[in-house]
Unconditional design. Structure first.
Length: 338
Protein backbone atom coordinates (compact mmCIF):
# COMPACT_ATOMS: atom_id res chain seq x y z
CA UNK A 1 0.00 0.00 0.00
CA UNK A 2 1.54 3.31 -1.15
CA UNK A 3 0.92 6.05 1.42
CA UNK A 4 0.49 9.53 -0.03
CA UNK A 5 0.39 13.12 1.17
CA UNK A 6 -0.62 16.17 -0.87
CA UNK A 7 0.33 19.81 -0.41
CA UNK A 8 -1.74 22.45 -2.21
CA UNK A 9 -5.53 22.16 -2.33
CA UNK A 10 -6.40 25.19 -4.44
CA UNK A 11 -7.07 24.79 -8.17
CA UNK A 12 -5.45 21.50 -9.24
CA UNK A 13 -4.93 19.78 -5.90
CA UNK A 14 -8.56 18.59 -5.51
CA UNK A 15 -8.33 16.86 -8.91
CA UNK A 16 -5.20 15.02 -7.83
CA UNK A 17 -6.82 14.14 -4.53
CA UNK A 18 -9.90 12.70 -6.24
CA UNK A 19 -7.94 10.60 -8.71
CA UNK A 20 -5.35 9.21 -6.30
CA UNK A 21 -7.93 8.30 -3.63
CA UNK A 22 -9.80 6.34 -6.31
CA UNK A 23 -6.80 4.12 -7.09
CA UNK A 24 -6.38 0.67 -5.64
CA UNK A 25 -3.15 0.00 -3.80
CA UNK A 26 -2.71 3.45 -2.27
CA UNK A 27 -3.94 5.50 0.65
CA UNK A 28 -3.96 9.30 0.82
CA UNK A 29 -3.28 9.97 4.49
CA UNK A 30 -2.29 13.67 4.59
CA UNK A 31 -3.63 16.81 2.87
CA UNK A 32 -1.98 20.17 3.49
CA UNK A 33 -2.80 23.78 2.60
CA UNK A 34 -2.13 27.15 4.22
CA UNK A 35 -5.70 28.34 3.57
CA UNK A 36 -8.21 27.03 6.10
CA UNK A 37 -11.06 27.50 3.61
CA UNK A 38 -9.43 24.98 1.26
CA UNK A 39 -9.02 22.47 4.07
CA UNK A 40 -12.59 22.92 5.25
CA UNK A 41 -14.00 22.56 1.75
CA UNK A 42 -12.49 19.08 1.34
CA UNK A 43 -12.47 17.80 4.92
CA UNK A 44 -16.10 16.65 4.88
CA UNK A 45 -15.60 14.77 1.60
CA UNK A 46 -12.54 12.85 2.80
CA UNK A 47 -13.06 12.03 6.50
CA UNK A 48 -10.30 9.38 6.49
CA UNK A 49 -7.61 11.92 5.54
CA UNK A 50 -5.81 14.04 8.12
CA UNK A 51 -5.87 17.71 7.07
CA UNK A 52 -3.19 20.12 8.23
CA UNK A 53 -1.72 23.55 7.52
CA UNK A 54 1.76 22.40 8.61
CA UNK A 55 3.87 20.84 5.85
CA UNK A 56 6.30 19.38 8.36
CA UNK A 57 3.56 16.96 9.48
CA UNK A 58 3.94 15.20 6.13
CA UNK A 59 7.73 15.24 6.20
CA UNK A 60 7.88 13.72 9.69
CA UNK A 61 5.64 10.76 8.83
CA UNK A 62 8.11 7.87 8.38
CA UNK A 63 5.53 5.74 6.59
CA UNK A 64 4.72 8.33 3.92
CA UNK A 65 6.01 7.22 0.50
CA UNK A 66 4.99 9.96 -1.91
CA UNK A 67 4.20 13.68 -1.68
CA UNK A 68 2.14 15.42 -4.36
CA UNK A 69 3.07 19.10 -4.80
CA UNK A 70 0.21 21.15 -6.31
CA UNK A 71 1.14 24.67 -5.27
CA UNK A 72 2.05 27.81 -7.26
CA UNK A 73 5.24 27.31 -9.29
CA UNK A 74 7.38 29.48 -7.02
CA UNK A 75 6.85 27.01 -4.16
CA UNK A 76 7.64 23.85 -6.14
CA UNK A 77 11.38 23.88 -5.52
CA UNK A 78 11.49 24.37 -1.73
CA UNK A 79 8.64 21.94 -1.08
CA UNK A 80 10.00 19.24 -3.41
CA UNK A 81 13.50 19.65 -2.01
CA UNK A 82 12.27 19.12 1.55
CA UNK A 83 10.30 16.06 0.46
CA UNK A 84 13.35 14.49 -1.20
CA UNK A 85 15.56 15.29 1.79
CA UNK A 86 12.99 13.52 3.98
CA UNK A 87 13.28 10.42 1.79
CA UNK A 88 9.96 10.77 -0.04
CA UNK A 89 9.21 10.32 -3.72
CA UNK A 90 7.79 13.53 -5.14
CA UNK A 91 5.15 14.35 -7.76
CA UNK A 92 5.37 18.00 -8.91
CA UNK A 93 2.74 19.99 -10.74
CA UNK A 94 3.91 21.59 -14.00
CA UNK A 95 6.16 23.42 -14.61
CA UNK A 96 8.65 21.49 -12.49
CA UNK A 97 10.41 24.61 -11.16
CA UNK A 98 10.82 28.32 -11.88
CA UNK A 99 14.41 27.98 -13.12
CA UNK A 100 16.76 25.48 -14.72
CA UNK A 101 19.12 25.72 -11.74
CA UNK A 102 16.34 24.64 -9.35
CA UNK A 103 15.34 21.72 -11.59
CA UNK A 104 18.95 20.57 -11.89
CA UNK A 105 19.33 20.62 -8.12
CA UNK A 106 16.20 18.51 -7.63
CA UNK A 107 17.31 15.95 -10.23
CA UNK A 108 20.71 15.64 -8.54
CA UNK A 109 19.14 15.36 -5.09
CA UNK A 110 16.69 12.66 -6.22
CA UNK A 111 19.60 10.65 -7.61
CA UNK A 112 21.53 11.07 -4.38
CA UNK A 113 18.55 9.98 -2.26
CA UNK A 114 17.51 7.22 -4.70
CA UNK A 115 14.03 8.74 -4.93
CA UNK A 116 11.76 9.32 -7.92
CA UNK A 117 10.56 12.64 -9.31
CA UNK A 118 7.35 12.72 -11.34
CA UNK A 119 6.33 15.88 -13.19
CA UNK A 120 2.61 16.31 -13.80
CA UNK A 121 2.46 16.73 -17.57
CA UNK A 122 -0.99 15.20 -17.85
CA UNK A 123 -1.23 15.53 -21.65
CA UNK A 124 1.48 12.90 -22.02
CA UNK A 125 -1.03 10.32 -20.76
CA UNK A 126 -4.01 11.48 -22.85
CA UNK A 127 -5.19 8.70 -25.22
CA UNK A 128 -5.21 11.15 -28.15
CA UNK A 129 -1.62 12.22 -27.50
CA UNK A 130 -0.51 8.62 -27.05
CA UNK A 131 -2.05 7.83 -30.43
CA UNK A 132 -0.14 10.70 -32.05
CA UNK A 133 3.09 9.43 -30.51
CA UNK A 134 2.41 5.92 -31.82
CA UNK A 135 1.76 7.23 -35.34
CA UNK A 136 4.97 9.28 -35.21
CA UNK A 137 7.09 6.39 -33.98
CA UNK A 138 5.74 3.52 -36.13
CA UNK A 139 6.40 5.27 -39.43
CA UNK A 140 2.76 5.94 -40.31
CA UNK A 141 3.53 9.62 -40.88
CA UNK A 142 6.82 9.06 -42.67
CA UNK A 143 9.63 11.52 -42.03
CA UNK A 144 8.46 14.08 -39.48
CA UNK A 145 8.49 17.59 -40.97
CA UNK A 146 6.84 20.01 -38.56
CA UNK A 147 4.81 20.45 -35.37
CA UNK A 148 2.40 23.39 -35.28
CA UNK A 149 0.25 24.09 -32.25
CA UNK A 150 -2.18 26.85 -31.26
CA UNK A 151 -3.35 27.15 -27.65
CA UNK A 152 -5.23 30.41 -27.21
CA UNK A 153 -8.19 31.70 -25.20
CA UNK A 154 -9.31 34.65 -23.13
CA UNK A 155 -7.46 33.32 -20.11
CA UNK A 156 -6.39 34.46 -16.67
CA UNK A 157 -3.36 36.74 -16.99
CA UNK A 158 -0.72 35.55 -14.53
CA UNK A 159 1.33 38.00 -12.49
CA UNK A 160 4.46 35.92 -11.93
CA UNK A 161 4.89 33.95 -15.17
CA UNK A 162 4.39 34.66 -18.87
CA UNK A 163 2.04 32.74 -21.14
CA UNK A 164 4.87 30.42 -22.25
CA UNK A 165 5.16 28.93 -18.77
CA UNK A 166 1.39 28.73 -18.36
CA UNK A 167 0.28 27.32 -21.72
CA UNK A 168 3.18 26.43 -24.05
CA UNK A 169 4.41 23.87 -21.55
CA UNK A 170 1.41 21.71 -22.53
CA UNK A 171 2.52 21.73 -26.17
CA UNK A 172 6.09 20.91 -25.16
CA UNK A 173 4.81 17.92 -23.21
CA UNK A 174 2.95 16.69 -26.30
CA UNK A 175 6.07 17.22 -28.40
CA UNK A 176 8.15 15.25 -25.90
CA UNK A 177 6.11 12.08 -26.48
CA UNK A 178 7.76 11.49 -29.86
CA UNK A 179 10.76 13.86 -29.95
CA UNK A 180 13.78 13.79 -27.65
CA UNK A 181 13.85 17.37 -26.38
CA UNK A 182 17.64 17.16 -26.33
CA UNK A 183 17.50 17.13 -30.14
CA UNK A 184 16.27 20.73 -30.13
CA UNK A 185 19.13 23.03 -31.09
CA UNK A 186 17.68 26.54 -31.28
CA UNK A 187 14.94 28.49 -29.50
CA UNK A 188 13.33 31.73 -30.62
CA UNK A 189 10.34 33.56 -29.15
CA UNK A 190 8.45 36.73 -30.08
CA UNK A 191 5.75 38.12 -27.84
CA UNK A 192 3.88 41.13 -26.57
CA UNK A 193 2.63 42.45 -23.24
CA UNK A 194 -0.25 44.89 -22.92
CA UNK A 195 -1.69 44.63 -19.42
CA UNK A 196 1.13 43.60 -17.10
CA UNK A 197 4.81 42.81 -16.72
CA UNK A 198 4.68 39.44 -18.50
CA UNK A 199 3.95 38.50 -22.10
CA UNK A 200 0.30 37.56 -22.78
CA UNK A 201 0.80 36.50 -26.42
CA UNK A 202 3.85 34.55 -27.63
CA UNK A 203 5.07 32.69 -30.73
CA UNK A 204 7.73 30.08 -29.91
CA UNK A 205 9.90 28.49 -32.61
CA UNK A 206 12.21 25.49 -32.13
CA UNK A 207 14.50 23.75 -34.61
CA UNK A 208 16.48 20.51 -34.78
CA UNK A 209 19.47 19.45 -36.90
CA UNK A 210 17.22 17.13 -38.95
CA UNK A 211 15.18 20.08 -40.20
CA UNK A 212 12.15 19.27 -38.06
CA UNK A 213 10.59 22.54 -36.90
CA UNK A 214 8.20 23.35 -34.07
CA UNK A 215 5.96 26.40 -33.87
CA UNK A 216 3.73 27.11 -30.88
CA UNK A 217 1.35 30.06 -30.53
CA UNK A 218 -0.05 30.69 -27.06
CA UNK A 219 -2.19 33.57 -25.86
CA UNK A 220 -4.39 34.76 -23.00
CA UNK A 221 -5.95 37.39 -25.25
CA UNK A 222 -8.01 35.44 -27.79
CA UNK A 223 -11.81 35.88 -27.99
CA UNK A 224 -12.11 32.21 -28.97
CA UNK A 225 -10.70 29.07 -27.42
CA UNK A 226 -8.47 27.08 -29.76
CA UNK A 227 -6.59 23.90 -28.82
CA UNK A 228 -5.34 22.57 -32.14
CA UNK A 229 -2.12 20.70 -32.90
CA UNK A 230 -0.82 19.51 -36.27
CA UNK A 231 2.02 17.09 -36.86
CA UNK A 232 3.10 16.87 -40.48
CA UNK A 233 5.00 14.01 -42.05
CA UNK A 234 6.10 13.03 -45.54
CA UNK A 235 3.47 10.26 -45.72
CA UNK A 236 0.56 11.61 -43.71
CA UNK A 237 -0.47 14.38 -41.34
CA UNK A 238 -2.42 14.30 -38.09
CA UNK A 239 -4.60 17.00 -36.55
CA UNK A 240 -5.50 16.95 -32.85
CA UNK A 241 -8.33 19.22 -31.68
CA UNK A 242 -8.68 19.01 -27.92
CA UNK A 243 -11.88 21.10 -27.93
CA UNK A 244 -13.74 18.31 -29.71
CA UNK A 245 -15.80 16.19 -27.30
CA UNK A 246 -15.08 13.14 -29.46
CA UNK A 247 -13.15 12.42 -32.65
CA UNK A 248 -10.21 14.45 -31.33
CA UNK A 249 -7.78 13.06 -33.90
CA UNK A 250 -7.98 13.01 -37.68
CA UNK A 251 -5.29 11.34 -39.80
CA UNK A 252 -4.97 12.83 -43.28
CA UNK A 253 -3.44 10.91 -46.17
CA UNK A 254 -2.19 14.21 -47.56
CA UNK A 255 1.16 15.51 -48.66
CA UNK A 256 3.47 16.20 -51.56
CA UNK A 257 4.69 13.42 -53.87
CA UNK A 258 7.66 13.80 -56.15
CA UNK A 259 10.50 11.81 -57.62
CA UNK A 260 13.76 13.71 -57.32
CA UNK A 261 15.42 11.40 -59.86
CA UNK A 262 13.20 12.54 -62.76
CA UNK A 263 12.53 15.98 -64.22
CA UNK A 264 8.91 16.87 -63.61
CA UNK A 265 7.38 20.01 -65.11
CA UNK A 266 4.33 19.53 -62.91
CA UNK A 267 6.26 19.42 -59.64
CA UNK A 268 4.99 19.46 -56.97
CA UNK A 269 2.23 16.87 -57.05
CA UNK A 270 -0.13 17.26 -54.13
CA UNK A 271 -1.78 14.23 -52.62
CA UNK A 272 -5.15 14.40 -50.88
CA UNK A 273 -6.39 10.97 -49.87
CA UNK A 274 -8.61 9.50 -47.19
CA UNK A 275 -9.24 10.89 -43.73
CA UNK A 276 -9.12 8.40 -40.85
CA UNK A 277 -10.63 9.04 -37.43
CA UNK A 278 -8.97 6.60 -34.98
CA UNK A 279 -11.00 5.15 -32.12
CA UNK A 280 -9.66 6.26 -28.74
CA UNK A 281 -10.25 4.80 -25.27
CA UNK A 282 -12.64 6.77 -23.08
CA UNK A 283 -10.67 7.19 -19.85
CA UNK A 284 -9.84 10.11 -17.59
CA UNK A 285 -6.27 11.11 -18.32
CA UNK A 286 -5.40 12.00 -14.74
CA UNK A 287 -6.55 8.56 -13.58
CA UNK A 288 -4.21 6.93 -16.13
CA UNK A 289 -1.36 9.08 -14.83
CA UNK A 290 -2.12 8.29 -11.17
CA UNK A 291 -2.12 4.55 -11.87
CA UNK A 292 1.25 4.87 -13.63
CA UNK A 293 2.81 6.87 -10.77
CA UNK A 294 1.77 4.23 -8.24
CA UNK A 295 3.21 1.46 -10.42
CA UNK A 296 6.52 3.34 -10.52
CA UNK A 297 6.64 3.76 -6.74
CA UNK A 298 6.01 0.02 -6.44
CA UNK A 299 8.93 -0.64 -8.81
CA UNK A 300 6.78 -2.05 -11.63
CA UNK A 301 7.35 0.76 -14.18
CA UNK A 302 9.75 3.59 -14.94
CA UNK A 303 8.52 7.22 -14.86
CA UNK A 304 7.30 8.47 -18.22
CA UNK A 305 7.78 12.11 -17.19
CA UNK A 306 10.84 11.98 -14.97
CA UNK A 307 12.70 14.83 -13.34
CA UNK A 308 15.13 14.85 -16.27
CA UNK A 309 12.28 15.29 -18.74
CA UNK A 310 10.74 18.02 -16.62
CA UNK A 311 14.13 19.74 -16.54
CA UNK A 312 14.36 19.61 -20.34
CA UNK A 313 11.03 21.44 -20.64
CA UNK A 314 12.06 24.08 -18.10
CA UNK A 315 15.28 24.58 -20.07
CA UNK A 316 13.26 25.38 -23.23
CA UNK A 317 10.92 27.73 -21.35
CA UNK A 318 13.82 29.57 -19.76
CA UNK A 319 15.55 29.95 -23.12
CA UNK A 320 12.30 31.14 -24.69
CA UNK A 321 11.88 33.76 -21.98
CA UNK A 322 15.46 34.92 -22.53
CA UNK A 323 14.78 35.19 -26.26
CA UNK A 324 11.74 37.36 -25.51
CA UNK A 325 13.90 39.67 -23.40
CA UNK A 326 16.38 39.96 -26.27
CA UNK A 327 13.78 40.89 -28.86
CA UNK A 328 13.33 37.45 -30.37
CA UNK A 329 16.99 36.54 -30.80
CA UNK A 330 17.65 32.94 -31.85
CA UNK A 331 19.42 31.19 -28.98
CA UNK A 332 21.25 27.85 -28.89
CA UNK A 333 19.71 25.39 -26.43
CA UNK A 334 22.01 23.92 -23.81
CA UNK A 335 21.47 20.18 -23.56
CA UNK A 336 19.97 18.44 -20.55
CA UNK A 337 21.69 15.36 -19.07
CA UNK A 338 20.38 12.24 -20.75
Amino acid sequence: MVRIGIVGLGYWGPNLLRNFTAQAGCEVVWACDLAEKNLEKLRRHYPAITFTSTYEDLLKDPKLDLILVATPTSAHFPLAKKALEAGKHVFIEKPMTSTVAEAEELVALAKEKDRLIFVDHTFVFAPAVRKIADLAKDGSLGKLLYFDSVRINLGLIQKDINVLWDLAIHDLSILSTFLDLNDIETVCAHGSKHYGQTEEDVHLHLTTASGFATHVHVSWLSPVKVRRTMLGGSKAMVVYDDTEPSEKIRLYDSGVDHDTTKPDPFFPKYRAGDILIPALPNAETLAIEAKHVLACVEGKEQPVVSGARGLAMVRILEAGTQSLKEGGRVLPLRKSPR
